[in-house]
Structure formats: C-alpha cells, structure tokens
Design a protein around this ligand. Structure first.
Ligand code: UD1
Ligand code: CA
Length: 458
C-alpha cells in the first residue's frame, strides 16, 4: 500500500551520453519495459504521488509515458542531481507529504521492498536515510565516507575522491536512493554549492551537510545490492536485462509454469504466466500479456499485451499484439494478430493470416493466407484461403460482417462496408461489393469460357 505521507521524485532529466543513443537514457528498455516505467512502478507501490524530473528528450518521454505526465517537472538545464531535486521541490512541498523519496531514473531493478525498507528507516526518525552497498569494483559510483566510529560523514563522487584526503577506498557506494524528511532537509537542499570537478549541484552533498548541521543521517547498507546501481552503458543494460529475465523465469518455474528451453524465454515484468501454462523458447511474452493455466505458446512467438486463455494454443512463429484467444482457440503457425483481434472459443487461424480489429466467432476458421480487418465473423463460419476484407478505401476504414455458418470460397475479396449473411456460400474468386442475404449463394466473377484449339500447339 502506498504511504500517504510520502511523495517520490524520480530524477530522469539526464541525457545518458554513455548509451550512445538518440533516446533519452530512461527510455531504454528491459524486457520491453522502459527503465523509467520500471522505476515508476516500484515508486507507485510505496508513495502516494510520483514526480518525474525530465529535461533531455522530454517530448519522447511524454509520448512514451502519458501515464506519468501529470507528475512531470521540467529541469531546463541539467545542473546536477541536487538541482533536479530543487526544481521539483515546490511540488514536493505543495503535496503536504512529510517524506520525500528520491530515485534515479536509471535504476530499473529497484523494488518496492527495497524502497519500503528505506522509508521505514527514515520514518523511524532519520532526517535523511539512504542506501549503500559494497562493490568489488566501485568504478564511477559515489563513495560513502565514514568517521572513526563507522558513522557516515558524507558522500564523495568518484571524480572528486582522493584517498589522501578521504582515506582508503572501501568500495562502499551510494546507490542513489534517498528518503528525506521534507521539513528538515529543505533548508540544506537550497544551500548546495557546485564546488566540485563537474561544477554540478550534487544531491549527494546533502549527506555531509546534514551531518554538519547535526541532523540524523542513517545509511542503510545492503549486501550485494549491485542491482540497485544505475545503468550507464549498453553493457550494464544488457547485464541488468538478463538478470531481470532470469529472475522472472526462475520465479515462474517455482510457481509451476512449464518452460521448455527456459534460457531463451523472455517474460516481461508485467506479464502473467500462470502455473500450468506451457511456453517453449525462444519466445517473448511482453507488456501486460497473460498466458493462463493450460494454455500453450510455441517457439519463436512474440506476444505483447495479449491474453491466451486456458486451453488456447499459439503455434510457432506467431506474432500477437493486444489480441485475445479464448478457450480452445488456436492461432498459427505464422499468424499475425494485431490489436483488437479476438478468437472466440475454439476459433482457429492458420498460417499467414492477419487479423486487426476482427472477431472470429466460436468455432469459426480462417486457415490460410487471409486478411481480416474491421471484421466480425459469426460462429462456425469458414473463411477460405486467400480471403481479403478490403476495409480501406484510401480515406476511411469500413466494416465487414460475415454471418454464422457462412462459407467464403477461396480468394474472395469482400469490399467493405458489406454484410454476408448467415449460412451463405460465396463462390471462390468472388469480389463481393453488395450485401448477401441469409442463406444465399453469391458468385461474383467472370464466367469461364473454353475456346477449343486455342491452347498450346502439341
Ligand atoms: C549518481 C550519484 C552517485 C551514485 C550513482 C548511483 C550524484 C551526484 N551521484 O551518479 O553517487 O553512486 O548515481 O547510480 O547524484 N539527472 C537529472 N538532472 C541532472 C543530472 C542528473 O535529472 O541535472 C538524473 C539522470 O537522468 C539520472 C540520475 O539523475 O537518472 C542520476 O544521474 P547520473 O548522471 O546517472 O548520476 P551518476 O553519475 O550515475
Ligand atoms: Ca547513473
């Protein structure tokens, strides 16, 4: 449950130069989810409100995350992480929250449990609580400084770290996760200076300043929390993505999902694969997809926001996006189901069938080489090979209705808007431009003429 007295601020205005990409860093993805989406998901689980400080690539971020846009705060110039928090502070104060959780937008593996721990520490009386961990190679991360009795005295960024001045490098680093008491840290936040090598306002300087002011600073040290460190390069992104993937498939196996070639199976963090669902790798189940108990997904499939109900099957090489298969339905191999495709109970689409905003009624079939767009097909209808709904006239989309029990001969073009009634038969090769009444046979093609002796000479 989110804490009503806590607001979260995600710092996401930086460019991420080290990713060598046109995309702002926080839009890089792991298992199909953006870093920002993953961080926000964890923050939303614990905080009543989430602000996101954006700057670089603001338009792109807004487009990718309209869900978060209400909480956007613009940092026009990226003058450092401390400055980013200053920019958001007016809204932090206006929220009336007593505590402010700060997260970096480039730490996608952060979890609600970790944040919960941090918040509990802060709410037990610390003015500033933050999470540290010890790394074998501390690299470019901020170093945590401690006094003779082990008490935290500050954080020094790697660029500014000098063993002669700061003592030996212990490898203890700042993860970038802070929880601040809004009332007490406020004055200190606005006294930050940029007297460092980068000339930036560092949020990390808050630690030393709070200690100097006699505030209660608490460092929560987690063992082996390398997953909480920010991602700065393509290599780190790949490592984090694999870690997330393996964690999810391990969890699915423990819960009773059946995974063949599990090492090549990708299940996104927001997807559901129920116990008893069966997946064969390589395949990708992304977005808010669901594969229910007893449903099967074959190799080389990609599902995004797709729902596969109990006992339905997606065969090899199929591609589904915002599509749904009801019980007993079968799609593929080589099916392409685009948004709004629905296969009702026991409906079946075979190879090279594309569907978009189209419903196949219970038991209806389209087995080969067909396009069904903006179409409703009734129960038990049979759509012959090569049937095309001509749904687009160059300006508008129109609907095709096919009644229950209809039999559409191969290579039929259905020029929408058009209705083909129940229990009709349409002759192969027809171009149907007019409605066909229930129970009728429709043929719309040139008659065949045989001209004797006009073929090849023997
Ligand atoms: C930061 C910490 C470092 C810590 C590390 C953990 C500082 C000064 N350093 O370093 O101690 O070990 O994270 O991963 O905080 N950002 C803004 N506006 C700015 C600058 C940055 O919004 O003006 C955002 C970035 O988009 C990013 C986050 O803040 O999401 C952290 O910035 P980044 O440059 O990645 O900091 P690090 O050098 O990794
Ligand atoms: Ca970083």
């Amino acid at each position: 449950m989110p804490h009503q007295n806590t607001i979260a601020v995600i710092l996401a205005a930086g460019k991420g130069t080290r990713m060598h990409s046109d995309k702002p860093k926080v839009l890089q993805t792991l298992l199909g989810e953006t870093m920002l989406g993953l961080v926000a998901h964890a923050a939303q689980a614990v905080a009543a409100q989430v602000l996101v400080v954006v700057g670089h690539g603001e338009d792109q971020i807004r487009k990718a995350h309209p869900d978060l846009a209400d909480g956007f705060v613009i940092q026009e110039e990226q003058l450092g992480t401390g400055h980013a928090l200053q920019v958001a502070w007016e809204r932090v104060r206006a929220s009336g929250a007593s505590h402010c959780l700060v997260l970096n937008g480039d730490t996608p593996l952060v979890t609600a449990e970790v944040l919960e721990d941090l918040m509990n520490t802060a709410q037990e009386g610390a003015d500033l609580a933050f999470i540290t961990t010890v790394l074998p190679e501390a690299g470019a991360f901020g170093r945590v400084l401690r006094g003779p009795d082990g008490e935290v005295t500050g954080i020094v960024e790697a660029k500014d770290f000098d063993p002669a001045r700061h003592g030996p490098d212990t490898g203890e680093v700042n993860t970038g996760l802070f929880c601040l008491s809004v009332a007490t840290v406020e004055n200190i936040l606005f006294s930050l200076t940029n007297a460092n090598r980068a000339g930036e306002l560092y949020i990390t300087d808050l630690v030393g300043l709070c200690v100097e002011s006699g505030l209660d600073v608490h460092a929560l040290t987690r063992e082996d929390a390398s997953e909480l460190m920010g991602i700065n390069s393509p290599l780190e992104l790949a490592q984090a993505e694999e870690r997330l993937r393996a964690g999810i498939t391990d969890r699915l196996l423990s819960s009773g999902a059946i995974l063949h070639q599990g090492a090549s199976i990708v299940v996104g963090p927001n997807a559901v694969v129920e116990p008893g669902a069966e997946l064969t790798g390589p395949c990708r189940i992304l977005g808010v997809s669901k594969v229910a108990r007893g449903a099967r997904v074959g190799a080389f499939c990609q599902l995004t926001d797709a729902v596969i109900e109990a006992g339905a099957t997606v065969r090899e090489f199929s591609h589904l996006e915002s599509a749904r298969l009801e019980t007993g339905a079968i799609a593929g191999p080589y099916a392409r189901l685009r948004p709004g495709a629905l296969l009702m109970e026991n409906a079946h689409v075979g190879n090279f069938v594309e569907m978009k905003k189209a419903v196949l009624g219970p038991g209806a079939k389209a087995s080969h080489l067909t396009y069904l767009g903006d179409a409703a097909v009734g129960a038990g209808a049979n759509i012959g090979a090569g049937t095309i709904t001509c749904n687009y006239d160059g300006q508008n989309k129109h609907k095709t209705e096919i009644g229950a029990g209809a039999f559409i001969g191969s290579n039929t073009a259905l020029v929408a808007p058009v209705r083909v009634g129940e229990n009709t038969v349409v002759g192969a090769g027809s171009v149907i431009t007019k409605d066909v009444p229930d129970g009728a046979l429709a043929i719309a093609r040139a008659r065949q003429s045989n001209l004797p002796g006009r073929g090849k000479k023997p």
